[in-house]
Design a protein around this ligand. Structure first.
Ligand code: COI
Length: 353
């Protein structure tokens, strides 16, 4: 498929100072449309608003998926993507789940590379920063009947970002949610479907109002097993082993989660993917067997957890400080991503003009 390039007439000033997360967007975006049974009209064009009919299906029934990945520059100025094929493959899994037509992963990758290279001057290089990449697909039929749409827009926008959490690598506080649930088996929790995030907002607001950064979700059936955290997968260091909830159908299969598992195994650290009950975690924190908790995600990278609140009681983890394995995961992953340390896994895709 042809990829047209439409150059922006004006360019924005590059940001200086604290970038925050997802508030600044670059000059260009990628857009492709699905109509008459095929993806087409692929183009890199100026970043600008879409004009959509109020009847567009996405506004009514939320048929939309997204992804998150990052581009980095190494010290030589070479541009690097982290496991982008994994994200586009996961996007196709999400597409399948909510009846969106699959994308051609190799074409999407080529388009992404081209877009990122055109926007390479927007890639920040300060420690803890990156160019966040947000691919999304939305359904745009003019129709109010509940059915899979026949028309879609796939777009990729770029945002230079700093840390996802305002306080950077400071350990976050998690509120263990016992009333609301994020996802149940057979639902869409295993996929990056926009509705999952809408369903999480109420509990997120509640956690924030109580002074916590994010929600720790429990399973929908028994409210007993830990699933994931607002925008991240979750790891516990229990008896010296890294333990993370098994995927089981309602947990997002994070690319960073998989990378942490592979990284730890390569270092001889035992990793267990299994059911983890909230009681095991709380008992472990009280007895000192649970020495660390950290989240993993593209946006959040590795985010240490300093306390969890369960049944109205706060439990401080690892003295409220970032632990050894959390630090190892953070240093190794960001080192590989930014090219400060070699990538023995073949995760990094170097891209050049
Ligand atoms: C990511 O980590 O890239 C995500 O998509 C999480 C998010 C909703 C910010």
């Amino acid at each position: 498929m042809e990829l047209k390039i439409i150059e922006p007439k004006t360019k924005k000033a590059k940001p200086t100072g604290n970038l925050g997360f997802g508030k600044i967007f670059t000059d260009r975006m990628f857009v492709m449309e699905y109509a008459n049974g095929a993806w087409g009209n692929a183009r890199i064009q100026p970043y600008e608003p879409f004009v959509l009919e109020p009847s567009s299906s996405v506004f009514h029934y939320g048929q939309a998926v997204f992804e998150g990945m990052k581009a980095y520059k190494n010290e030589k100025g070479e541009v690097r993507l982290f496991r982008p094929r994994d994200n586009f493959n996961r996007m196709n899994d999400s597409n399948d789940r909510i009846c969106i037509p699959r994308i051609d992963v190799e074409f999407a990758l080529e388009a992404l590379k081209k877009l990122v290279l055109l926007e390479k001057d927007w890639i920040p290089t300060e420690p803890g920063t990156a160019l966040y990449i947000r691919p999304s697909i939305i359904a745009v039929d003019r129709a109010l009947g509940v059915h899979a749409a026949h028309n879609y827009i796939f777009f990729i926008i770029l945002s230079p970002v700093g840390a996802y959490y305002a306080h950077g690598l400071e350990p976050v506080g998690l509120y263990v949610e016992r009333e609301y649930v994020r996802a149940s088996k057979g639902g869409t929790g295993h996929h990056k479907v926009v509705g999952n995030y809408a369903a999480s907002l109420k509990a997120g607001e509640k956690a924030n109002a109580l002074g916590y950064d994010q929600v720790m979700w429990l399973d929908a059936k028994e409210h007993k097993y830990v699933e994931e955290v607002g925008s991240m997968n979750i790891f516990f260091v229990l008896n010296g082993k890294a333990v993370t909830p098994e995927l089981g159908g309602s947990i997002l299969p994070g690319v960073t989660r998989r990378s942490v598992i592979e990284l730890f195994k390569s270092k001889g650290i035992t990793v267990e993917e299994r059911l983890v009950s909230i009681n095991e975690v709380v008992d472990g924190v009280i007895s000192g067997k649970c020495t660390e908790i950290f989240g993993s995600g593209t946006a959040a990278v590795i985010s240490p957890v300093g306390k969890i609140c369960y049944n109205d009681t706060d439990y401080v983890v690892g003295g409220g400080k970032m632990g050894e394995l959390s630090m190892l995961a953070y240093n190794e992953l960001t080192g590989i991503q930014t090219g400060k340390i070699p990538d023995p896994f073949g995760w990094v895709m170097k891209i050049s003009d």
